[in-house]
Design a protein around this ligand. Structure first.
Ligand SMILES: NC(=O)c1ccc[n+]([C@@H]2O[C@H](COP(=O)([O-])OP(=O)(O)OC[C@H]3O[C@@H](n4cnc5c(N)ncnc54)[C@H](O)[C@@H]3O)[C@@H](O)[C@H]2O)c1
Length: 305
């Protein structure tokens, strides 16, 4: 017996990488799975329906049940069709994993509106479109599991990824607020920030030893399949009551992140002047300020300047 017997899941961007691993694992645990993937390039160009179909073939060969969908998550209509596929074929939807993703890395001062929009459209808007389509079904069932794939690119920061970082932080806020709103419907919402060797990190041009070292340290030896057990657990009945959380996976290590809370506060009845603060902010807050970590470098900075 699988821990997800009877459940129906949609996994976006499930034709490759992490999404493929999660879809296969969900199916092995008994879920019927809609494998969504547009099948485009790592930068979001093009379309190839066979990418999702291949994973469906793998699931079926393994004895599971699955259906392919090649719509984009980046439009309202796409999100509706992806979710409707599950309902039309299987009559319900219990689990949604918002995983589809692309990259358009660029130093911020060179970033075009198109590069910004393309990344926000897939990660943040895509998560909105699919979740917005899925939640009404889950509300009717009074049970649901929504997962978002976020990234430390947002909450730690990476050079050259302001669009991606903004999108992934947006996903975090969406998940947390949704978790609060959906409590009474027994619908949970959580984030996973993974590290895994997929075509996304593989697309980083390791043009210097420093970049190669950075990429190897963060991603090599981290299998996409390492992320699947946590996703499957969070998608099941056993994860009741776990909501609004942010988990991380790096290879065989699983952890949770804290979430921004007030760590130190000062108050003055008559209000502060900027001059007061100039004297106070340093000494009062110094050890509570989060240092900037620029060790994650995916650009040959010297070549750009
Ligand atoms: N690999 C990592 O270390 C890492 C780290 C942090 C976050 N992530 C996130 O994990 C998720 C999966 O990425 P991955 O590393 O497996 O990369 P991947 O490129 O192997 O998989 C992403 C899949 O999403 C699909 N996709 C892209 N745009 C789409 C769209 N508009 N509609 C439907 N499908 C679309 C792609 O075709 C692709 O198959 C992404 O959200 C990514 O940002 C990955």
């Amino acid at each position: 017996m699988g821990i997800l017997d009877g459940k129906v899941a949609v996994v976006t961007g499930a034709g490759r990488g992490l999404g493929r691993g999660m879809a296969l694992h969900l199916a092995r645990e008994g879920a019927r799975v809609v494998v969504n993937d547009l099948g485009g390039s790592v930068h979001g160009e093009g379309k190839d329906g066979s990418v999702a179909e291949q994973v469906v073939d793998e699931i079926r060969a393994d004895g599971g049940e699955a259906a392919a969908n090649a719509d984009t998550v980046a439009s309202w209509e796409g999100g509706q069709r992806i979710v409707q596929t599950a309902f039309d074929l299987y009559g319900r939807l219990d689990i949604l994993i918002n995983n589809a993703g692309i990259l358009r890395d660029q130093p911020f001062w060179r970033m075009t509106e198109e590069e910004w929009d393309a990344v926000l459209d897939v990660h943040l808007m895509g998560s909105f479109h699919c979740t917005r389509a899925a939640v009404p079904f889950m509300q009717q069932q009074k049970w649901g599991r929504v997962l978002f794939i976020t990234s430390t690119a947002g909450f730690i920061g990476t050079i050259g990824q302001c669009n991606y970082g903004a999108a992934k932080m947006g996903v975090l806020g969406l998940s947390r607020s949704l978790a609060v709103e959906m409590q009474e419907y027994n619908i949970t919402s959580n984030c996973i920030a993974p590290f895994a060797w997929t075509r996304i990190p593989a697309s980083i041009p390791a043009v210097t030893d420093e970049i190669k070292e950075s990429v190897d340290r963060l991603f090599k030896d981290m299998e996409p399949e390492d992320v699947s057990p946590l996703a499957v657990f969070l998608a099941g009945e056993g994860a009741d009551g776990i909501s609004g959380q942010v988990f991380g996976v790096r290879g065989k290590e699983i952890y949770t992140f804290n979430q921004p809370r007030v760590v130190r506060s000062i108050h003055k009845a008559e209000g502060w002047s900027a001059r007061d603060l100039a004297d106070l902010i340093g000494p009062t807050f110094k050890q509570h300020l989060t240092p900037l970590d620029n060790s994650i470098t995916f650009f040959d900075w010297d070549a750009l300047l």
